[in-house]
Design a protein around this ligand. Structure first.
Ligand code: CTP
Ligand code: MG
Length: 168
């Protein structure tokens, strides 16, 4: 089996990465989407989450994360339940991120360094640790270091091939 801890950590987090990346496809495949905040404003007069967080994106993210998780489960490299928890944590973190961004006045689609790249990881790993099992500290540290770079690289590639309007 795979005994390199860094490769193990990357395989473990793959459902989370896929869950985080796949909602961007929503705009390409679905014409009419529905914002999770139902278009409503918060008490500060700004949108609760904004148009970048849709029900369709949420479900596509969770389903895509579970799909990868079930493939990995067939190879005994993950569990379906574990990949579901990681995917759910990812999309919940994504929503939390937008809520925070709107409160501090960052517009939908604008970058919030570190929060955009790391909050989804922190929430998915935290939920997994609470609901499934704690993770090796080495994995967590490695993922915290590598994820912002991978996030920036994949978003840049998604921008280059026309999936995203911004390179972050
Ligand atoms: N997306 C979606 N539903 C989600 C998450 C993402 O439909 N729950 C889609 C939206 O089209 C969004 C795109 O994926 O614009 C990129 O996601 P993200 O970068 O997370 O959203 P932003 O548009 O940057 O919005 P925010 O500033 O609120 O993060
Ligand atoms: Mg964004």
């Amino acid at each position: 089996m795979i005994d390199n801890p860094f490769v193990q950590a990357l395989i473990f987090i793959l459902p989370s990465y896929v869950a985080n990346a796949s909602p961007v496809l929503v705009r390409k495949v679905i014409k009419v989407t529905h914002p999770i905040d139902l278009g409503k404003n918060f008490i500060d007069g700004k949108r609760v989450l904004g148009d970048g967080k849709t029900f369709e994106g949420f479900f596509i993210g969770v389903i895509a994360g579970c799909a990868v998780g079930s493939l990995l489960a067939m190879l005994s490299l993950h569990t379906l339940w574990g990949s579901f928890i990681l995917s759910l944590g990812t999309l919940l973190g994504d929503i939390m991120g937008s809520f925070i961004k709107r409160r501090v006045g960052i517009k939908r689609g604008e970058m919030f360094p570190f929060l955009d790249q790391l909050l989804f990881l922190i929430t998915s790993v935290t939920l997994y640790s609470l609901m499934v099992e704690p993770l090796p500290l080495t994995w967590v540290i490695f993922l915290l270091v590598i994820t912002p770079w991978l996030h920036l690289l994949t978003n840049y590639l998604a921008f280059k091939i026309g999936l995203k309007d911004v390179p972050w």
